[in-house]
Each structure stands twice: as C-alpha cells, then as structure tokens.
Design a protein around this ligand. Structure first.
Ligand code: ADP
Length: 546
C-alpha cells in the first residue's frame, strides 16, 4: 500500500493548547499541520479554499463540541467528504459507537500515543486518497462512456443516413436499369423480329448469311441485357421462386433442340441421357432450372472445338414426395485450370482475358446460375482439367408433381397456328409504330387477322365493339397504359375471359407481377423472339378455339 503524500494538510482541533502542541509535533514532520482552538475556528478553516485532507477533532470542547462540528461539516457539501478522527479521553464503547454513527472515520483515545496517531492518520489519508483516485477514475470512465455513447450515436446516425442513401441509390439504380432495359429492348425487338421475317422471305445464301450474323449479334445483346437484369435482381434480393408442375422430358427436349443445333453447327457430337427412374412429372421453378441448364450447355458448346458435349440427368434419391437429381453437362473442350475453378463463379470474372476476347461474354452467367440453384436449395459445382474438358454439375431436390402437366405440342407453334382453321382475330396495342408494324407482319405470317390500337384508351373502345380472340398489350403507352386498359377490359362483362398477353420492355419480376395483378393472362418480355410469340399465341388460341 502506498503511503499518503507528505503534502497532505491536517487540521488539529482541541481546546487544550498542550494537546494541540503534542499532536502538531507528532505530525508536522510529515504533513502540513493547521490548528484550531475551538469548533467555530475549525469550521472556518475547513471551509477555506485550501481544505484540510483530514481533521483530528477533540470531542469535548466549550462552545461547539466535536459532534456539533462534525454535524456542521457533514451538512456542507464542500466539507462533507473530509475524513474526521475523533480524539477523546472518553473511550468507552458507547462513545466510540456514537462517534462512528455520527460519521467519524475513526477514534483515537487520550492520552495520545504518537505511533497510534501516525498509523491512523496515515491509514485514513491513504484511504481518502484512494477514494479520491477512485472517484476521479469513475468520473473519467463516465466521461469516456459518455464520449463513446456520443460517438456510437453519431456513427448510428451516419449509418442510418448511409442506409437511406443506399436505399435511394438502389431505387434509382433499379429505375435506371428498368428504363435502360426498356430503351434497349424496344429497338432490339424490331431488329430481331425483322431479321427473322427477312430470313424467311429471302433465299439468297450470301444475304441469309449476313442476316444470320445480325440475328446472332442481336440474340447475344438480348442475353447480355437479360444477364445484367438478372444479376441486379438477384443482388437486390428481388428474385422470387415460381414453382410449377412440369414435365422433365419436355423441358430437356426443349434444351436439346437448342443445344443440338449449336453442337451440329460446330460439328460436335451431342448426347443426352435421362435416367428412366426419374419420375416424369415434377414440381419446381422450371423456368430458372431450364435457364441454368441451357446456359451451362451453351457454355459447353462455346468452349469446345472438337469432341463431344453431353447432358445427363441421374436419380440420386427418391422419397414419396421428393426426388434428388444430379444434372451433368460434360464437354471435351478447353477445360479450366484447377487454380481458377472457383473464380469462374465470381461475377464478371473470366478465366483469362484472351479467352474473353475469343469467346465473348460478360462473366456473369455462372455466378447467376449458381445463385439461382442455391435459391432453389440446390448445389452447383465443376470438375475440370485444363485442355481436357469440364463437367458442370447440379444437385437439386424437386417435388413430385401431383397433377399431370400438359406436355407442349411437338408441332412447331407457327405451323400449328397456320393450320388453325378459325383465323383468330387479334388486337395489337402498341404506341411504337415500328413494333406495331413488326408484330403485324408476324401475326399475318401466322395466318392471324390483326387490328391495331395506338394506346390503351383506343384499345378499350375497340374491345367493347369487337369480340377479339386475343389482345397483345404493350404496357408503357401514352394516354392510357396497358395495365389500366386491361383493368378496364376486365370490367366489361362480355370480355372478362378475353386472353390478354402483356408485351413489355420492362422485364423486371415486379413488372410481370403488375401485369398479372391487372388481369393479364400471360407476359412476354421484349425483345420477343418470333418463335416465343408464336408458342404463347398457340397456347391461348388453340386452347381457346372459340
Ligand atoms: P459468360 O457469361 O461470359 O460466358 P460465365 O460466367 O458463363 O461467363 O463463365 C465464366 C468463365 O468461365 C468463362 O469466361 C470461361 O472462361 C469459363 N467457362 C465457363 N464454362 C466453361 C466450359 N464449359 N469450359 C471451359 N471454360 C468455361
């Protein structure tokens, strides 16, 4: 225990000068000693600016006695903390108890023993100094806590501001992307659609070759726009799962048709094999699963110059309600170096830039694919060897479907529309005259009759007067938009069941949801490839052969 500092001040109070002298002599070597000959004088000294650190107080004095002086000291907040030791000849238990109850810190009996005085003074000064140090530390800690709390509050406010800014920025980003997508999709639809029309009307090989290049470039641009939108939707957590009943074989056939064509064009062998133990009808997010498989299979063809590409589906596990399937897409292409295997799932990363230039692409496909599969509760990975080829795999659990999903007709949709005897009448609503012209061509080519309206209001008027077999409805239009027009059509008692297909360049999931909420039956995102348009029309017109 460290001793008290020697510059401590001690006030000695006694009505007997001899006692004062003895005590002063004992203490003055070590401390600054002041004396008071009575209680009044003692209070005066105690209240001065330079307060004593300890008081040795006689109990029995004329005028104010020790108890009264102590009471006064304790009443005043400037002096209430000064430790007081009673010095008295009455050292019985009662007096001692009374003194301690009154707030004295100790008791020294007369006749005075110098060693006892020194030891007690020393102890109480040390305790007092500790108390003061503790109080200072406490005050300092409180200040620090206050300062920290203030800092945390400031940080919280800043974080809240940041969060609000981020939300605003995110909303602005979505709006910008929505607008950008709209502005890019509308003209792209015209490029794709008119190229398709020309391809069907022209026989000259050189021109057809150029047209196929235009069609391919437009297709790539379209998938780039879709990838960027998919990526931002996934990043912002806006991608919802849409589970439906579907036929696995029908879905794989569709993928095969596309991939086989791509593989044949590169003289690659293409094989596909589906485990016959997998139940035919399943339930899950078919659209996303198909998107991922198609993407992996296109990559396999893209990165393979010689050899073969294959798509396999095997049953891993089956219960009464669920089936676990492993899909494998294997190629004998360029392969991927071991050290780079995980990089390819990172957004915008590609194995090396020379390859990017050679093969094109944004480096978003795989990261989107993996996220989509994970969202469905599945896993996705790759095994690969540089120069030998790659196997991308997906492990996914799908539900068995309780119903028998309709298997899409294998007759090409355009042909099935053309052989439709009824010559259905379509109302085409679009404010963009190039798109109107394109869709008119495409509809006429399918043998459909077609009227057109330039905005929603005009469309509602026409639907009132004519019982159209189907309405193709643009969304963003002046005067009345496609959503309001559909709602108005649904209020017409005779037209509640007329199929309305939304055709929009706003292709976010929310845009689609809004269309269904307004009462539309289906949704097509621009650019609509002609075969997709025909297949959607066939679905509604052939079913509704009214
Ligand atoms: P992109 O959308 O640009 O095609 P992906 O995310 O689909 O990008 O692929 C990222 C990179 O992974 C590709 O640039 C390529 O380097 C590599 N990769 C993907 N699939 C294969 C494959 N089957 N064989 C070899 N490399 C591949």
């Amino acid at each position: 225990m460290n001793g008290p500092s020697s510059n401590a001040t001690i006030l000695v109070v006694d009505d007997q000068p001899a006692n004062l002298q003895i005590l002063a002599e004992i203490l003055q070597n070590q401390y600054d000693v002041r004396i008071a000959i009575n209680g009044e004088k003692a209070l005066q000294i105690a209240q001065q600016n330079n307060k004593p650190d300890l008081i040795l107080l006689d109990v029995k004095m004329p005028g104010l006695d020790g108890y009264q002086v102590l009471a006064e000291l304790r009443r005043d907040e400037k002096t209430c903390h000064i430790p007081v030791i009673f010095v008295t000849a009455q050292h019985d238990v009662d007096n001692e108890t009374r003194a301690l109850a009154a707030g004295a810190v100790d008791f020294i009996s007369k006749p005075i023993n110098p060693q006892v005085v020194c030891a007690r003074v020393n102890t109480h000064l040390t305790l007092r100094q500790r108390e003061i140090a503790f109080q200072q530390l406490n005050a300092e800690l409180e200040n620090r806590i206050k300062e920290r709390t203030r800092q945390v509050e400031t940080l919280n406010t800043a974080l809240q501001e940041r969060a609000t800014q981020a939300e605003t920025a995110n909303a602005a980003k979505s709006l910008f992307l929505g607008n950008m997508s709209h502005e890019l999709r509308t003209p792209l639809m015209a490029v794709i659609g008119f190229t398709d029309l020309l391809q069907r009307q022209i026989d000259e090989p050189a021109v057809l070759h150029k047209l196929s290049r235009i069609r391919k470039a437009a297709g790539n641009l379209s998938s780039t726009i879709n990838q960027i939108l998919d990526f931002t939707q996934i990043e912002s957590g806006n991608t919802a799962q849409v589970t439906i009943d579907f036929n696995l074989a029908a879905m794989l056939h569709k993928i095969n048709d596309t991939i086989e064509e791509l593989a044949v064009a590169k003289t690659l062998a293409y094989a596909y094999d589906v485990d016959s133990a997998i139940p035919a009808n399943l339930n899950g997010d078919r659209v996303k699963l198909e998107q991922v498989l198609l993407n992996l299979a296109s990559n396999a063809v893209k990165f393979t110059r010689h050899g073969a590409v294959s798509l396999r589906a095997s049953l891993i596990e089956a219960t009464g309600e669920e089936v676990k399937i492993r899909f494998e897409i294997q190629d004998t292409g360029i392969g991927i170096d071991q050290s780079l295997l995980e990089h390819i799932f990172v957004p915008f990363e590609q194995v090396d830039n020379t390859l990017t230039r050679q093969y094109g692409g944004l480096g978003l496909g795989l990261s989107i694919n993996r996220k989509l599969i994970e969202m469905m509760g599945g896993e996705m990975g790759v095994e690969s060897e540089s120069g030998k080829g790659s196997t991308f795999w997906i492990l996914i659990t799908l539900k068995r479907s309780q119903t028998q999903p309709a298997v899409a007709s294998r007759i090409p949709p355009l042909q099935s529309l053309q052989t439709n005897k009824a010559r259905p009448r379509i109302l085409l609503v679009d404010d963009d005259f190039i798109n109107q012209e394109l869709l008119k061509f495409l509809l006429n080519e399918a043998g459909l009759q077609c009227d057109s309206a330039n905005d929603g209001e005009e469309a509602v008027g026409m639907v009132k007067n004519t019982d159209y077999d189907l309405v193709l409805m643009d969304i963003q239009m002046p005067i009345m938009d496609g959503l309001a027009a559909t709602r108005a059509i649904r209020l017409l008692p005779e037209r509640r069941l007329t199929p309305v297909i939304g055709v929009s360049a706003n292709a976010f999931a929310e845009d689609k949801d809004r269309c269904f909420e307004a009462g539309m039956n289906a949704f097509l995102a621009k650019p609509v490839a002609p075969e997709v348009l025909y297949s959607e029309l066939a679905k509604w017109l052939i079913k509704n052969d009214r």
